[in-house]
Design a protein around this ligand. Structure first.
Ligand code: SAH
Length: 434
């Protein structure tokens, strides 16, 4: 086993819980006999401080700036048995989420001690089977269960690090085995959705496609907070559905004023809008650039019996907000802003902050006095304090006073690993604006 010896002092961040070793922190790499060596992409290596303190075993990738990702604090091998143990531990961490019947992120990469591995599991029924039930009466999970039997499950998986990508067979075999035993059966389909640009930094091409089984052609209907949602697992963005906003969608809906006219900006498939409408909002306007996302949003509105109360607009949110009439009766009672990550890296920070400020400023100008602003940022590089400062700055320019009603991170099935701030990425701020 090769050894990666760090420069003096570089172990502190790792001892505090951060699992990455950057290439400029490495003093030398030694082979099993103590001679100078170089690392091969995907191999395992032991990481030690300059003072020879053992820090853990890592997946190496000399082509990445993140030259090693620690996956274990001990000298543990990384085989099928390892993946079974780790996946079982991840399920244990999500106990109480009723995983056999509910959709959830099962594995959240480094935060579940599986670097570069994301696994989302969708539990539900094919749209073709579930949709007819919605025509008769409001579609509930219990009715679907009674009429259609136990839900099927489908997995969307992302391999985002070289050493994980090269162990894909063991990962899949372990996942199938654990799911069969602990989640009520193996998945009906597994699809790879490794389209993320971070793959390029690892020297990996984008890779997407069905790995196992099959997917319902018209999508799957899952239940979130008791409401039916169509997920286009194959064609949707990222893994198909943004599970990370599950709890925030519920919260946002309860904060909306009675009979609210809601704007769901960057709506994707309408998660926030549908939640708001189901808890008493009068109408919702959904804005997104993606036509397929809005098509799914309309189906979601139909599944929830609220199709008469939505309007979908295919537009760029920046120009949409700027072009809205400023008359008093055109103001919204509640606005949700849930844009994609504007800051993909620290280098893109300046423009990202300008973007966040602009949409928050324009939204505040279109919010009635006493209205609710739900504003999110999923850029990891934009910290909580920075994001709050940007919104405060927008409020200053808009001449509005804000009361902070709630501040939330991502859903509980996306755990936050202390010492590894990359896992604390989603910020959701809820305000009343006077
Ligand atoms: N709120 C959604 C998730 C939003 S993801 C939910 O609850 O599920 C971000 C969305 O923004 C994507 O659907 C993407 O198509 C859309 N998008 C990205 N840039 C945009 C822009 N400039 N204007 C409008 N929509 C945009």
């Amino acid at each position: 086993m090769k050894r990666i010896i760090l420069k003096a002092g570089e172990e502190r961040r790792i001892l505090a819980g951060h699992p990455w070793v950057y290439d400029n922190e490495v003093a030398l790499v030694l082979d099993g006999r103590g001679r100078d060596a170089s690392l091969e992409p995907g191999e395992t290596a032991d990481v030690e401080s300059a003072g020879k303190t053992y820090l853990g075993r890592a997946l190496a990738n000399p082509h990445s700036k993140i030259i090693a990702r620690i996956y274990s604090p001990s000298k543990e091998g990384i085989d099928r048995g390892f993946f079974k143990r780790r996946i079982r531990q991840a399920l244990e961490r999500r106990r109480g989420h009723d995983l056999a019947l509910r959709s959830a992120r099962l594995v959240f990469a480094e935060a579940d001690f599986l670097p570069g591995l994301i696994i989302d599991r969708f539990a539900g029924w094919p749209f073709g089977k579930a949709e007819p039930l919605a025509a008769e009466a409001p579609l509930t999970f219990e009715r679907a269960l009674e009429a259609l039997g136990p839900p099927e499950s489908w997995i969307a998986i992302q391999f985002l690090a070289f050493g994980m990508d090269s162990r894909r067979e063991d990962v899949i075999a372990a996942l199938e085995e654990v799911a069969a035993r602990e989640l009520g059966g193996p998945p009906s389909g597994i699809i790879e959705k490794s389209g993320a640009p971070v793959r390029i930094l690892e020297g990996l091409p984008k890779r997407e496609g069905v790995m196992k089984g099959s997917f319902p052609p018209e999508g799957a209907v899952i239940f979130e907070n008791g409401l039916p949602f169509l997920v286009m697992i194959e064609d949707g963005q990222k893994t198909g559905h943004f599970l990370d906003q599950k709890e925030n969608r519920n919260l946002a809906a309860t904060l909306m004023p009675e009979n609210a006219r809601v704007l769901d900006a960057f709506s994707y498939t309408g998660g926030f809008a549908v939640h708001a409408l189901r808890s008493g909002a009068r109408s919702a306007c959904l804005v997104d650039l993606s036509a397929p996302a809005l098509e799914t949003a309309r189906r979601n509105a139909r599944l929830n019996g609220v199709e008469a109360r939505i309007e979908t607009v295919r537009a760029d949110v920046f120009s949409f907000l700027r072009d809205l009439p400023r008359s008093r009766d055109a103001l919204f009672d509640g606005i949700v802003l849930d844009p994609p990550a504007f800051a993909k890296s620290r280098a893109a920070m300046g423009d990202a902050l300008k973007g966040y400020k602009e949409i928050n400023l324009q939204a505040l100008k279109r919010l009635r006095p006493g209205g609710i602003l739900i504003t999110c940022s999923c850029s990891q590089a934009v910290g909580e304090q920075t994001f709050k400062a940007v919104v405060a700055d927008a409020a200053l320019d808009a001449g509005r006073r804000l009361t902070e009603l709630a501040f939330r991170y991502q859903a509980e099935d996306h755990p936050i690993l202390v010492g590894y701030d990359e896992s604390r990425y989603l910020k959701c701020l809820c305000f009343r604006a006077l």
